[in-house]
Design a protein around this ligand. Structure first.
Ligand SMILES: *[C@@H]1O[C@H](CO)[C@@H](O)[C@H](O)[C@H]1NC(C)=O
Ligand SMILES: *[C@@H]1O[C@H](CO)[C@@H](O)[C@H](O)[C@H]1NC(C)=O
Length: 280
């Protein structure tokens, strides 16, 4: 009989079409109209076919469901959650001392105790900002630094660093004094050359550059605003805007706790000797 061949053909068709088109599975399940009498083979064939189809459908269903959220999509999740413009922050032992706080900057035209006229009190305020100088950190903290640093002589458990901000403040104070040689006559602008530059070291020039680098490194993107000022009958720049700042107290508390109280001797290294010069 030729009849048994027909369903076999439709079955074959169904199975192949199923592999090609997932939505065609309806065709695969509806066609079974077994009205031939040599049915044993046909029923068995259909049974196996439906098993195959079900297995295939189950497999097909389950793969996309599991693929999209959990296993393969980890890369997608990561690429969505990591801002492409950001790098992993570098380790600083003082990361723990960073605390955000709001601060309103000084209004244009208003003087602070750090402004002129300079006197001994003003000088002290400036020096107090960075007098905690060089800090000592634990060996395990030093091991996490992206750049290596020296241990304290005779104390292999502690290493020396200076938070960059203290060097910046030292430089800003240096510039402040350099502007007023009549009050600060011993501010010497030039020092011995620091290789590779063969010319006398220009402290002022160095300080301007180091502050420039920091400003460009961490730009303060707080928008200052322009507001109409009645008494001047003019639009006026306002620097007294709200900023998110790091708590200075929290940071200096951290630094004071770790301040190197012994005199720092840059020549004190016994093992090998190269350019360890930390100066405030
Ligand atoms: C600090 O590390 C950076 C990156 O590896 C390197 O370019 C730089 O020269 C290092 N500086 C010092 C003083 O180790
Ligand atoms: C400069 O003079 C001041 C006192 O006017 C003194 O405290 C300071 O140590 C002097 N600095 C240097 C580098 O000699």
């Amino acid at each position: 009989m030729s009849a048994p061949y027909h369903p076999v053909q439709t079955n074959e068709k169904a199975s192949t079409s199923d592999l090609d088109l997932e939505s065609d599975d309806m065709n695969a399940t509806t066609p079974p109209r077994p009205r031939y009498s040599t049915r044993r083979l046909l029923e068995i064939a259909l049974f196996f076919l439906s098993l195959l189809i079900n297995a295939y459908l189950l497999g097909y269903r389950s793969t996309p469901v599991t693929v999209s959220p959990p296993p393969n999509d980890h890369s997608n999740e990561l690429s969505l959650s990591v801002d492409p413009g950001r790098l992993e922050p570098l380790y600083s032992p003082a990361n723990v001392a960073l605390k955000d706080e709001y601060r309103v900057f000084t209004k244009l035209g208003v003087k602070t105790p750090y402004n002129t006229p300079y006197d001994d009190e003003t000088d002290k305020l400036w020096e107090d900002m960075y007098s905690m100088g060089i800090q000592k950190i634990d060996k395990h903290e030093a091991a996490l630094l992206p750049n290596w640093t020296e241990p304290i002589e005779g104390d292999d458990e502690h290493y020396v660093v200076i938070l960059h901000v203290f060097h910046q403040l030292h430089c800003l104070n240096y510039l402040r004094k350099a502007l007023m040689p009549e009050r600060y006559p011993n501010i010497t602008r030039f020092g011995p050359p620091i290789p590779p530059d063969p010319t006398p070291f220009d402290h002022t020039d160095h300080c301007i550059n180091t502050i420039r680098e920091s400003l460009l490194c961490n730009p303060d993107i707080t928008p200052d605003v322009y507001q109409w000022k009645e008494e001047r009958q003019s639009i006026y720049l306002h620097l007294d805007t709200l900023h998110v700042c790091k708590s200075w107290d929290a940071l200096t508390d951290w630094a004071k706790e770790r301040q190197v109280l012994e005199t720092w001797d840059a020549k004190g290294r016994k093992v090998h000797d190269h350019d360890a010069h930390l100066r405030l």
